[in-house]
Design a protein around this ligand. Structure first.
Ligand code: SF4
Length: 246
């Protein structure tokens, strides 16, 4: 189905429940649709729903090669639990090697631009490569995750490298409590880092546990919190900023 026609359907899609959206993506776009997840709780719920209602849907992740050991072990658990293979997109080896030679492994401590450069090489570029393989990008974004995500649309058309693709956040209006309840009631496997105080999960060192009164993404790049560079969009890695990029 042409992307232009999909515009007409946006209103209809926005009214659908999460499972119907997954079925629609699979039935209308097949292998050109994919669930992009970093295996945080919302992505785990979407993966579980898809395993029941649209088991052919691809499950795609960006492996930055700096994920916590717990996350690598958890991905193996997910594959075993659902009998699926997760597609892992990693940084380009040459670009990664050049970055490490020029700036070292821990460049993200030096400045916000260097952290963004690291995210670009390790996350954004592999994610863009993965996005070239889909017309429907299914994400685990929720409006209650941070200030910068309050306006996220459930279904939208976004430009990706001069190409329109459909971006779907099936659980956009779910609360953290809704997600937790689904996980408990359906016995969904979840990343053990949540039981260690994490409320957002990314690369090791760059992501830390949070306190109960903090923003869910406050644990990201904490060393920037006390400068003008911290907070808001600064807690985004670039993938979901400006519709361009998990
Ligand atoms: S979160 Fe940290 S290690 Fe991971 S890509 Fe970004 S700066 Fe690099």
């Amino acid at each position: 189905m042409a992307i232009a026609q999909e515009h007409v359907q946006l209103e209809k899609l926005n009214a659908m429940d999460p499972e119907s959206l997954l079925v629609w993506a699979w039935e209308n776009h097949g292998a050109r649709a994919g669930i992009f997840t970093s295996f945080q709780n919302t992505g785990c719920v979407i993966t579980d729903m898809a395993a029941r209602v649209a088991p052919g849907l691809r499950v795609i992740t960006v492996d930055t090669l700096r994920l916590p050991d717990e996350t690598y072990a958890f991905m193996d658990t997910v594959e075993r639990h659902y009998g699926m293979t997760i597609e892992r997109f990693q940084p380009d080896p040459e670009r990664l090697k050049r970055m490490l030679e020029q700036h070292g492994e821990y460049l993200f401590f030096d400045s916000k631009p260097k952290q963004e450069f690291c995210c670009k090489i390790r996350k954004v570029e592999p994610n863009q490569r993965a996005l070239r393989t889909v017309d429907v990008w299914i994400t685990g974004l929720r409006r209650d995750q941070s200030e910068s995500r309050k306006e996220v649309a459930k279904v939208s058309v976004v430009m990706q490298e001069e190409r329109s693709i459909i971006k779907i956040a099936p659980l956009v209006d779910w609360t953290e409590e809704d997600v937790r309840r689904y996980i408990e009631e359906n016995d969904v496997p979840y990343n053990p880092l949540y039981d260690m105080g994490y409320t957002s999960i990314g690369c090791k060192i760059c992501t830390t546990p949070t306190l109960s009164w903090e923003d869910k993404r406050a644990g990201r790049w904490r060393w920037f919190n006390h400068t003008h560079e911290g907070g808001g969009a600064a807690k985004e890695c670039g993938i979901h900023v400006g519709g361009s990029g998990i």
